[in-house]
Design a protein around this ligand. Structure first.
Ligand SMILES: Nc1ncnc2c1ncn2[C@@H]1O[C@H](COP(=O)(O)OP(=O)(O)OP(=O)(O)O)[C@@H](O)[C@H]1O
Length: 245
């Protein structure tokens, strides 16, 4: 069974010219015997917002983690501007991996409880050896961008609300001015006003930087309002791997 969900235009075409963007090509992922993604294609061009929907368990978060270069697929590959990206996490050169950022649903699960919000935002800058003064200035700029006041920056995650922590996670995601931002149910846990604010910051960033956005959500209203186009992941291919026994 092939689950091609999108037309991947991120490969070099007949003329050898690669279209810009972030793409998954024939991506397959298994957890043990459970095949979650089966040869899936997806392409996010600069400036567009691709909505990704599908039933619970269809592999949306898994695909986002593959595209964020956090999870190595068992088959297929990820390309950036048509060039294959080998490896995941710190095996990918900083200049490449910082072009993609991801914002998760639960800011608490995605935050080190020992860090102040300022250190949390600055973590990706520190990870690539950004000089302290530069990292401090950029952190202040990012905090301002997401609407975090200076008094909140000295607090740790337990001392701020979910909405404030998600704003810090958004600031952290934007630290390196990524070309692609993957939002995995990123506003699902937020109240309406924080949800609107986070969406406004992302869309403004997207407009100014021509960033591609992947929007994973179960919310049809959010997809209708924000997505340029919507891609459907089929349900989990449950029985597939029993045949291989
Ligand atoms: N690290 C893991 N180890 C084993 N199984 C996993 C792992 N991560 C996800 N899965 C399983 O893979 C399947 C797809 O999970 P995934 O979170 O990608 O789906 P999803 O479409 O994002 O679901 P939802 O809409 O409920 O968030 C699920 O059956 C899940 O239990």
């Amino acid at each position: 069974m092939t689950s091609t969900v999108d037309d991947p235009t991120g490969t070099a075409g007949p003329g050898g010219v690669a279209s810009p963007g972030l793409a998954a090509h024939q991506v397959t992922v298994r957890y043990g015997r459970h095949r979650v993604l089966d040869r899936v294609d997806l392409h996010v061009a600069p400036g567009e917002t691709v909505g990704l929907r599908g039933p619970s368990g269809s592999g949306k978060s898994t695909l986002a983690r593959v595209l964020a270069l956090l999870h190595a697929p068992d088959g297929g590959r990820v390309t950036l501007d048509g060039r294959p990206v080998g490896g995941v996490r710190y095996r990918v050169p900083a200049a490449v991996r910082t072009r993609v950022a991801i914002l998760f649903q639960s800011p608490r699960a995605a935050s080190d409880p020992r860090l102040s919000l300022a250190d949390l935002i600055a973590a990706p800058l520190r990870a690539v050896g950004t000089p302290t003064a530069q990292a401090t200035a950029r952190t202040a700029e990012l905090a301002d961008l997401v609407g975090l006041t200076p008094d909140l920056l000295t607090r740790r995650p337990h001392a701020v609300s979910d909405g404030q922590l998600q704003r810090a996670c958004l600031a952290r995601a934007l630290a390196h001015r990524p070309d692609h931002l993957l939002c995995d149910e990123a506003t699902a846990m937020l109240d309406a006003s924080t949800q609107a604010h986070v969406a406004a910051v992302v869309t403004d960033y997207q407009r100014r930087h021509s960033a591609g956005v992947l929007l994973i959500t179960h919310d049809p209203a959010l997809l209708a309002r924000w997505a340029t186009r919507v891609v459907d992941l089929p349900g989990p291919p449950a029985a597939l791997d029993h045949r291989a026994k």
